[in-house]
Design a protein around this ligand. Structure first.
Ligand SMILES: [Zn+2]
Length: 253
């Protein structure tokens, strides 16, 4: 078994561990880039905690993201495109319905692994009236280092293609505004996505987001969160690079 697949299996089992409250049963999905255009993504109907090599499908990034540029495409087309995007034409397993989200992120050379889960405390915030606080508020320095100065917030929209289009559009806007790639994406009434160049990066960011959410939930009982002022957040976070400033994702809109 190749090393990337083994790393992905280990990361997936870790994130799917029932004791961590990130994902249950078939919830959550993960992916890893193989080369510039192909990646492994969790097959539909598999469970992260017990997944093995047979639980992943090899898929083409460009064939998956191609559907986003077709304004006439609907959710029925996603099923067809996901089938066509499988590297092995005789593939019988279906890639996760959230494969498009993974492909959008894996287009970037900086991202090699992606994790998506529905963590309990993060979703406590995301399912509340204070949902945007987890994206925009920062409470302590480790949170800033791990999650970035702010996260992308995706308001609730229909799952599937509508959600994927929303994620791509807000990712584009984030890069334009911040001049960097995001470290975390939070989706209202849904869950969390973390992405990095290693499984360790995906895991630590997910754990820190969940810790921050847990602390945030506690602060509401104690008079409300005392968010760090923006200038402190900026001072603590050292931007990885400036190369994404003014750059845009080809074709995003
Ligand atoms: Zn999900």
């Amino acid at each position: 078994m190749d090393n990337t697949l083994q790393q992905l299996i280990d990361m997936s089992r870790y994130l799917g561990d029932p004791g961590k409250d990130f994902a249950m049963l078939g919830e959550g999905n993960t992916s890893a880039k193989i080369d510039d255009d192909t990646f492994y993504v969790k097959a539909s109907g598999t469970t992260l905690s017990t997944i093995d090599g047979a639980g992943f499908v090899k898929v083409s990034i460009s064939k998956v993201t191609g559907i986003l540029d077709d304004p006439a495409a609907g959710d029925d087309d996603v099923t067809r495109v996901l089938k066509e995007a499988c590297v092995d034409p005789s593939e019988t397993r279906r890639p996760s319905v959230e494969t498009v989200l993974h492909a959008i992120l894996l287009q970037f050379p900086e991202f090699k692994f992606v994790g998506h889960t529905h963590p309990v405390y993060t979703n406590t915030i995301l399912c509340s009236k204070s949902a945007e606080d987890i994206a925009n508020g920062r409470l302590f320095p480790d949170q800033i280092v791990s999650m970035g100065p702010r996260s992308i917030f995706i308001p609730y929209v229909d799952p599937g293609l509508t959600l994927a289009r929303e994620v791509r559009q807000r990712l584009q806007r984030f890069i334009e505004d911040e001049g960097m790639l995001p470290l975390t994406i939070v989706m209202q009434n849904h869950g969390l996505i973390t992405m990095a160049d290693s499984p360790k990066g995906v895991i630590s960011c997910m754990e820190m987001t969940e810790k921050a959410a847990r602390i945030l939930v506690g602060t509401y009982a104690l008079g409300g969160p005392n968010f760090l002022p923006p200038e402190q957040v900026e001072r603590i976070f050292s931007r990885p690079d400036e190369k994404y400033r003014m750059k845009s994702i080809a074709g995003a809109g």
